[in-house]
Every structure is written in C-alpha cells, then in structure tokens.
Ligand binder design. Sequence first.
Ligand SMILES: Cc1ncc(COP(=O)(O)O)c(C=O)c1O
Length: 321
Amino acid sequence: MPRTPGAPDPDTLVWFQNRFVRLAEANVNILTHALHYGTGVFDGIRGYFEPEQQELFLVRAIEHYERWKQNCGILRIRVGPSVHQLAAITADLCLRNGFRSNVYVRPIAYKSSARIGVHADDNDAYAIIALPFGHYFGEKNGLKAGVVSWRRVEDNAIPGRAKICGAYVNSVLATDEARRNGYDEAIFLTESGHVAEGATCNLFIVRSGRLITPPPTDNILEGITRASVMDLTRTALGIDVIERSIDRSELYVCEEAFFTGTAAEIAPIVEIDHRPVGSGAVGLITQKISSLYTDATRGHIPAYRTWLWPVHGSAIIEKTA
Ligand SMILES: Cc1ncc(COP(=O)(O)O)c(C=O)c1O
C-alpha cells in the first residue's frame, strides 16, 4: 500500500505493549473501546536537539507524565510505570531511533477491551510514540486567529483539563471552521461567553503591560507551556501575570496576544477577527517571552536546566538539580 504523504516512517520504533516494536506493527483491534467511545488520554512532549551540545532535551517530561497520569485517573485508566520510568523509556526510545532532530513525543493510554458496549472495564493499555517534528504553525511571523462558533467543552460534560481523545472532536471542529474561514488558529469561548483558549493551545493577552490568561475554571487545558511562560515572565522578566476571565472584546483592545503549547510553542497573534492586535506586528513582550522560552528549552539558562531530560546524558540533571 502506498504511504500517505507526511506519514511517519513505518520502521520507526515505538513503545507498544511493553516493548519496542516497529510502528507498522503497533496496531489495535477494530473493536477497541477507545476507538468507538473516545476513551483514551494522550499527551504531547517536545524534544529539542542541540547540535552544539549533541544533546536532545525532552522538555518538562516529568510534568507532562505527571499530568498524563493524573488525567488518566479521570477516566480510570491505569498506567503502571512511574513518571521517571516513563521518561527513561522515552529517552531510550529516542536513542534507539537515533533521532538527531527536534522530536514530538505522543504518549497515549486507552481502554483496550475489544467488544461492543460503553461500560468501561479495567483493561487498559498505553503506548509511547516519538517522531521527528518541526514547527506546528510553520515559520509564520504572527498568526491570524478567529473566534469560532463552537464552544469549548464544559468540565461537567467532558473535562477539557485532560487531553481526552473524545474531547478533541471539539478542537477538530473548531480548527476546521477556523481554517476554512482563513484563520491559522481558532479561539474558543466558554458557554458563558468568556475567552477559553485556542483549539490546540492556551492564550495570553497583554493589557497595560501585564499578562492576562484565562483561569483553569474557564475550561482550559492546564498547559505545561502556559505554566512555563508564567514562571519565566514573573521570575526572569519581573512582569505580572494575572489569571482571570477575559471578555471577547478584550481581544480587540489588547496590546499583544500569543498562544502557548508544546506543539505551538510561543506563537504570536497579529490579527484577531480581522482586527490588528496592537500595532499589528509581533509585540515586544511576546518577543522577549519567546526568546526566553527558546533559551530555557535548549538548555541555555542554568536555572531552568531542571526542566530538561537529556536523552544522551541523564547525569546532567543530577549535577544541576
Ligand atoms: C486544547 C489545548 N490547550 C492547550 C494546550 C497546550 O498545552 P501544553 O502547553 O501542555 O502542551 C494543548 C496542547 O496540546 C491543547 O490541546
């Protein structure tokens, strides 16, 4: 069968059923519960390859695995290994694949029974896939974003704080609408009309020189990049960050705006709903945060070295901790 354009190399090794197998062999039964009912929880971790240091740094792998395991608990999916064991498996996976480029790691845990019936049992499985990965939004210098007609999933319907497979229908519909309307990314409102986040990323705005981002109670995914940005902004830039609900019209009067996410990284927004954000160019605070984030995730800031899990030399973590 011919390969779909952009499809990963079928010989890539993945962690599946507790062993390393070729991607082409890591397949599930057509009756798998998660395929029919969306009962999976995934995560996404970036690895940045630093040619000068000949090192591949997994970014905040421990925090990602902690969130993943916690969120699996929402669906009562059990993942056996500890977060440190999962990070070690991921590092081993990257080494075995001989990656010398930036990578994206996709852990996924799911209800694995192969039968008809919604009720969930205790048959759980998980896999870890790592693939070479570039920029999610391309090399664009500033995105056009648009508020979509779909509303963000409510916590008491499908909890948006967890990366639950079924909940991503919400993001797929939003992205489809946004792209068809000429935008690069969607902006979700909550049912009560407050700004929630992008389809695949969290959102920050700048007003009066201060950073504002919606709180977790506005149905956002509790992003690790969001937390990193809040830390860097407060500690390294000394800029205030406020978590509060954001009105839609604030998007039209803010000075700067940007998305954050593991895949999205720090993605400046220059236009929202056909209105320029600030001057219509990438803002100064956004630029500073973006360059700090790049330095921190490539191992260039000693204070943030503990965020990184070096694939080739885990010993560095102990030295700098
Ligand atoms: C809906 C949504 N919001 C926010 C994020 C950003 O989260 P993180 O920074 O942990 O990658 C993601 C990432 O995949 C996402 O899917």
